[in-house]
Design a binder for this molecule. Structure first.
Ligand SMILES: Nc1ncnc2c1ncn2[C@@H]1O[C@H](COP(=O)(O)OP(=O)(O)OP(=O)(O)O)[C@@H](O)[C@H]1O
Ligand SMILES: [Mg+2]
Length: 282
């Protein structure tokens, strides 16, 4: 098993009052084969939740088990290895680039986790290939490429550490539609080729609907739904989650009301179009 939350709560400590960010979370995430979207309003605790997964934050109460390491650790154990096991890509990771060249930036993670120069280079080159950074860019400055490419370099830096689980905090934020699709298809490729578990925070319900298998919904720090996307979008209490429906489902609900076309759950545009073609031939 990969990650297990047992009744985890976390409060940010303030000067006068503490702020409860997540409360009583119970959750199990498999080490392989999952594609999970975490959704919920701004401030609902999504980023706080995922920062527990590699021990950047430790629970105020409750415990976690991450790749057999108990958190908070029992004694003064070293838990740094979890940063390698669970690779966390922050929002706007391109702001964290800092080396002189693209290749050096990608190599930073593996070198930090005790790879030799040669090994780090090999891992970095492999990761660069996965994210589509061409070898001709290796010796360039990471600050002289486009924003979308910078983000790829930053993601390659995490992939080069060869994490078991990849966690992405709003990876597509600020990208144009093509950049968004390219990046999502890349994550899908990593998920399918390596059967890697991917956990992605997003506000974009179209991405949830097209890519995720499982969805976790947070509302004011509480987990209010955990299940398949199919179960989420057909949930009788869907409105109480304060989420938007994905566009294909919105269109079909509208067409059912206005044109009498029978509603059918479809999760991406290709399926929507083929369904509409099908009913228009009937
Ligand atoms: N460092 C901090 N100190 C105090 N409070 C914080 C801190 N970081 C977050 N919070 C508060 O904790 C709550 C949860 O924040 P979090 O960033 O986890 O939400 P989120 O769901 O990721 O939001 P968003 O969608 O805007 O990224 C928010 O109310 C936020 O204001
Ligand atoms: Mg956040």
């Amino acid at each position: 098993m990969g990650i297990q939350f047992n009744d985890v709560s976390f409060a940010y400590r303030g000067l006068r009052v503490n702020y409860d960010a997540i409360g009583h979370i119970n959750l199990t995430i498999e080490a392989k084969g999952e594609f999970i979207a975490i959704v919920g309003h701004t401030g609902s605790g999504k980023s706080t939740l995922v920062q527990h997964m590699n021990a950047l934050l430790l629970p105020s109460s409750g415990t976690l088990n991450v790749f057999s390491q108990q958190l908070p650790p029992k004694k003064k154990e070293k838990i740094n290895f979890l940063r390698q096991k669970v690779g966390l890509v922050f929002q706007f990771p391109e702001y964290q680039l800092f080396e002189e060249t693209i290749l050096k930036d990608i190599m930073f993670g593996p070198k930090n986790f005790k790879s030799t120069e040669e090994e780090a280079k090999e891992k970095a080159m492999k990761a660069a290939e996965v994210v589509g950074i061409d070898a001709s860019l290796y010796e360039q400055s990471p600050f002289r490429i486009s924003g979308g490419q910078m983000r790829r370099v930053a993601i390659a830096g995490i992939l080069a550490m060869e994490p078991e689980i990849l966690v992405l905090d709003e990876p597509t934020r600020g990208l144009d539609p093509k950049g968004r699709k390219d990046l999502m298809d890349m994550f899908k490729g990593i998920h399918e080729n390596d059967n890697k578990t991917i956990i992605m925070i997003t506000h974009d319900m179209d991405l949830v609907s097209e890519y995720a298998k499982r969805v976790i919904v947070l509302d004011q720090g509480h987990l209010v739904f955990d299940g398949t996307k199919e179960a989420l979008f057909e949930h009788p209490a869907f409105e109480s989650f304060h989420l938007d429906l994905p566009t294909p489902l919105k269109i079909l609900k509208h067409l059912e009301k206005t044109a009498g076309i029978p509603y059918k759950p479809v999760y991406d545009y290709t399926s929507l179009l083929s369904y509409l073609k099908e009913v228009s031939h009937e």
